[in-house]
Ligand binder design. Sequence first.
Ligand SMILES: [Zn+2]
Length: 294
Amino acid sequence: MKKIIFTILITSIIFCKINVVASTTDLADIAKTIGDNRIKVISIASGKQDHHHVEVLPSYMLKVKKADIYLKVGLELDLWANQIIDGSRNRKLTIVNCSENIKPLEVPTTKIDASMGDIHRMGNPHYWLDPENGKIIAENITKAFISVDPAGREFYENNFNEFIININDSLTEWLQDFNHLHGEKLIYYHNSWPYFNERFGLEAVQFIEPKPGIMPSPIHLDRLIRTIESDDIKLIGMETYFSDKAPKFLAVKTDIQIVHLAQSVGALPNTETYLKMIRYNLQTISNFFKEYND
Ligand SMILES: [Zn+2]
């Protein structure tokens, strides 16, 4: 009898877990930190993928069909999520736009046209790369967990408070340890880094892509060579999902160096949590400049 009760109890605990689907590994990791064993979370995109372009598969809709909460990045980054959500026909789904209360950077002030690229139309959507925005994401997720599972309020709030302390402690440490990055200039492949740059004092002088989502043309590569030479740029930071053909071409022409950066949790080894991912990027850029300047 005891065994039966135990089994029922275990089953009901497992059964009661909130089922969460996130668009990205960054949101999934923050959700795991807040929800811990009261939730089950999966990410649609992997950390290695280009989040602007995710192929919608029927299996994703089946996953969302069984979910209680869907976590969207918003700012039009994961427009594909709408297709998954609609296709799931899950009327009970709570949809959380994690960009709520984020102050977007690079919001276009002129009329949008196709020549500007078509993927950063609402402002730059890569906001999770500033840990201060990680706190806002966590707050949005915590509110959603409490609304779906009010009995877990204290649990979620405690985990949220602990996460905030962790971010604050990490930020204090990083702003001190990586202070030497202030004013360092680099070229990025895609314009994923304005929030990261603003927090840590780095400066993007150019991008391999002439506009977000547009492949570099020979004219643009020539322009980059001139910028590298005139501004004495030493480093290209590139997301993991691009071909390194254009960066390598520039490296041959100018001696510029290339590092891979983690655009998301799990993009590279040692980036398996949100805080580790931020730290990895700082450490990678810092190692380069320290070695170079020595
Ligand atoms: Zn982008």
